[in-house]
Design a protein around this ligand. Structure first.
Ligand SMILES: Cc1cc2nc3c(=O)[nH]c(=O)nc-3n(C[C@H](O)[C@H](O)[C@H](O)COP(=O)(O)OP(=O)(O)OC[C@H]3O[C@@H](n4cnc5c(N)ncnc54)[C@H](O)[C@@H]3O)c2cc1C
Length: 432
């Protein structure tokens, strides 16, 4: 696949050296994605010395490759969370992600990260006529979670999107979208100025217990620290083994079209972040130069033939906008999301002094920022919010069998979406 649209258009720059010394710091964070930066920011603000070690470059993992949608919530749906932990804890878990979304927004405003091109509004699109229960969703979210969602009738949706694929919309005024790589680079520059140490192209090979605490060992240097926080997302190294064995790495795909004035003029007449409510969903948005950035599809085994994936996404686009069936792509790329089998993040302590904060799946910008802050405050002994995640422990990924199960589930999702959309004529509204 080609370079990502984000790296081709990055306005911010951030690079730093390899770890070639024996450094002493309070906390060492492994991984250089959005979770790591959020954790480092909170620790640094509390006077703790922090070093981030990244095996590639800062934000070269999922954090710099994603759709750029910043919305509250987790990969696991709120109703499932509520079933597992009850309404009160579900509320607290959801509120934490609202804080994460606000933290991203505040960083953009505070550090004047204009190149993130923050655009407000996220619109969830229904591919079938909603049931009465679904129409009550905004009211339930306002009542139970104090979160505002607005109904958008089909006619209004069609005024924004020239397609009859959608029957209804739920608009999230607090959601927004960004150029995620510019966010990462801009925030890293700021944190470095504030004293956080960064090392790139430095893979932590193992973590050793020492008299002083721990030593994170790379090939040409090491970091001695009191505490280690593992934030390795869908790209975990071999150590700690417990984390590697608990992550399901799932690859997902994004394309960006060639510039085409017809896209905003005729088809996508809004700058909102857009996504349908399928289980196997498509999401898209307009980006600079009148291009559409479109994401979707997942594989548990990375795709060998990327042209096949591009063709599948082209088919997904023409399924919504038939006139765009010959759309040409300038960029196409993939990224890896780390999932737990329960679809909630892993956040906790492996043993005294070794913490983990990972597995944000396809919803890491808001929730990853939130949990990076929570784990930092747990390291500082300033929160008991880790208890909210006690029902979501590390679970085995079952190796290749886990991946086969993921692919089977994804195919089942596609089939279920198809059946649901076909059966729409039997629902309440069509009987009226
Ligand atoms: C294509 C795509 C689209 C997505 N769209 C959205 C979206 O629109 N909105 C949203 O909220 N979420 C989205 N997500 C999910 C979101 O990007 C992730 O949940 C989030 O970025 C995870 O952040 P992270 O810091 O945990 O992991 P990452 O950003 O993946 O960072 C982990 C880092 O750890 C490093 N690492 C691993 N092992 C070691 C080691 N041993 N030593 C040193 N470094 C190491 C890796 O190199 C990597 O850079 C999407 C993901 C993908 C892939």
């Amino acid at each position: 696949m080609s370079e990502s649209y984000y790296s081709a258009t990055a306005k911010e720059k951030f690079t730093t050296s390899k770890l070639c010394e024996n450094l002493i710091t309070d906390v060492c964070i492994i991984g250089g994605g959005i979770v790591a930066l959020s954790c480092a920011q909170t620790l640094n603000e509390n006077g703790i010395s922090v070093a981030i070690i990244e095996k590639g470059q800062i934000f070269s993992g999922a954090s710099g490759l994603n759709g750029g949608f910043v919305v509250p919530g987790y990969s696991l749906g709120l109703n499932e969370i509520e079933k597992k932990v009850g309404l009160e804890d579900a509320k607290e878990l959801f509120e934490a992600t609202i804080k994460g979304v606000n933290k991203v927004k505040n960083n953009i405003l505070l550090y004047k990260l204009d190149s993130t091109k923050m655009e407000p509004g996220k619109l969830d699109l229904l591919r079938y006529r909603p049931s009465i229960k679904e129409l009550n969703y905004p009211e339930m979210m306002a009542r139970n979670y104090g979160y505002k969602i607005e109904q958008m009738e089909k006619e209004k949706v069609q005024g924004l999107l020239n397609t009859d694929a959608y029957c209804h919309g739920f608009f999230h005024p607090k959601g927004f979208h960004i150029h995620p790589l510019n966010y990462g680079f801009g925030l890293a520059c700021q944190l470095e100025k504030d004293g956080v140490k960064f090392y790139e192209r430095s893979k932590v090979k193992f973590i050793k217990k020492t008299e002083e605490g721990y030593k994170a060992v790379c090939s040409s240097g090491d970091i001695t620290c009191q505490e280690v926080v593992v934030c390795t997302g869908g790209y975990p190294g071999d150590e700690p083994r417990e984390i590697k064995k608990s992550i399901l790495p799932i690859t997902t795909y994004v394309v960006t079209s060639e510039p085409n004035d017809k896209i905003p003029n005729n088809y996508i007449k809004t700058k909102y972040a857009l996504g349908d409510n399928r289980r196997a969903s498509d999401y898209y948005r307009l980006v600079d130069d009148n291009r559409v950035l479109w994401g979707g599809r997942i594989t548990a085994f990375p795709a060998n033939n990327t042209k096949t994936i591009e063709n599948k996404i082209r088919k997904d686009i023409s399924n919504v906008f038939p006139e765009l069936s010959n759309i040409k792509f300038s960029y196409s790329w993939s990224g890896v999301m780390g999932y737990a089998t329960h679809k909630m993040p892993y956040i906790g302590q492996l043993k005294n002094g070794i913490w983990y904060c990972t597995a944000f799946g396809g919803r890491g910008l808001g929730s990853g920022t939130a949990c990076g802050d929570i784990v930092a405050r747990a390291v500082l002994g300033k929160t008991d919010q880790l208890k909210l995640f006690k029902n979501f422990n590390l679970q085995k990924n079952y190796g290749v069998f886990g991946k086969i199960a993921v692919e089977a589930t994804y195919k089942r999702y596609i089939a279920k979406d198809y059946m649901k959309e076909r059966s729409q004529k039997n629902n309440y509204w069509s009987k009226k």
